[in-house]
Design a protein around this ligand. Sequence first.
Ligand SMILES: Nc1ncnc2c1ncn2[C@@H]1O[C@H](COP(=O)(O)OP(=O)(O)OP(=O)(O)O)[C@@H](O)[C@H]1O
Ligand code: SF4
Ligand SMILES: [Mg+2]
Length: 352
Amino acid sequence: MPEPILEVRGLVKHYPLTRGILLRKQIGAVKAVDGVDFHLDRGETLGIVGESGCGKSTVAKMLVNLERPTAGEIRYKGEDITRLSGKALKAVRRNIQMVFQDPYTSLNPRMTVGDIIGEAYDIHPEAAPKGDRRRRVRELLDVVGLNPEYLNRYPHQFSGGQRQRIGIARGLALRPEIIVADEPVSALDVSVQAQVINLLDRLQKEFDLSYVFIAHDLSIVRHISDRVGVMYLGRIVETGTDTEIYDHPTHPYTQALLSAVPVPDPEAREDRERIILAGDVPSPTNIPSGCRFRTRCWKARERCALEVPALAVPAAFRDEGGPAAHDSACHFAEEKRVVPAEGSGGHGGGPG
Ligand SMILES: Nc1ncnc2c1ncn2[C@@H]1O[C@H](COP(=O)(O)OP(=O)(O)OP(=O)(O)O)[C@@H](O)[C@H]1O
Ligand code: SF4
Ligand SMILES: [Mg+2]
């Protein structure tokens, strides 16, 4: 197996909670990310999904060094980049770029599109000789499907979809190997979402990119991802190929999320079982003992409060292999098909 281009181990980000103005005393921590593990192979797309507040953006920010991890490793081609600084860090950062969620706020309204995209060359002058920068910016506009003559326009002169194309061009300026896209289409009209996803798909092949694609919408993630990681309260609770996760989920949280995904076929929709989760997501300042999902899990038993389930192939599936044999952090993992098989128009099969 070739080495993954990115490997994350035990990644943690805790924000201190303090009280008092003069004598600031730490009284706890917001455990935004609390032990995340995953890898990204070259040329693939890893989708990360989970409800609002589960720590997706915090993971993204650590990957591109906008936040420093509290603990854990981020290995880029085998090297832990959380320990780098100075020139070495700068060189690595060039290769891991981010595309942000909101194209309305992530582009400086006072800068022209040419300056926004070309700004990366001020920080990394070695990436493009001065005399060649405008040509490169035009080329990038063309690559993302915008008129190269627009480089003197301002962000407000573009639509939401066009602005996200500008954000993508900016992400590509340094010819990175990895793009971390944090909900890149969530702020866009549904009609525009598919165009931007198709653009990302095309660019991936054209530029040999590896993507970490973050979203809360499971259907969008399925469309673009080779593998998917499902996050809950600061951790990944299940991970596998798109077929493993969508057609053979074994973690109760994934099953609940999938049961809420809209199904276009009315007949299949009627057959489907909706899993309604009890209660609210607990606060990341006060994470339940044992399995962090237990306060909302309909299968929770005593063991769930005592033992943290490891993210591994559950013993029940280890020997038999097959698509249910993928990593799932649950003591009582069971396969349950929630989404009807594509094109089946009805019963999903599996234990219900
Ligand atoms: N700078 C910060 N200080 C304190 N808490 C923070 C900080 N940034 C994020 N958090 C908290 O960490 C948790 C995870 O936030 P994060 O933005 O990573 O979630 P998310 O999964 O991206 O959510 P969304 O889907 O809404 O974008 C939340 O409870 C959030 O309030
Ligand atoms: S370990 Fe227990 S509480 Fe956690 S998901 Fe599995 S059954 Fe539910
Ligand atoms: Mg977010």
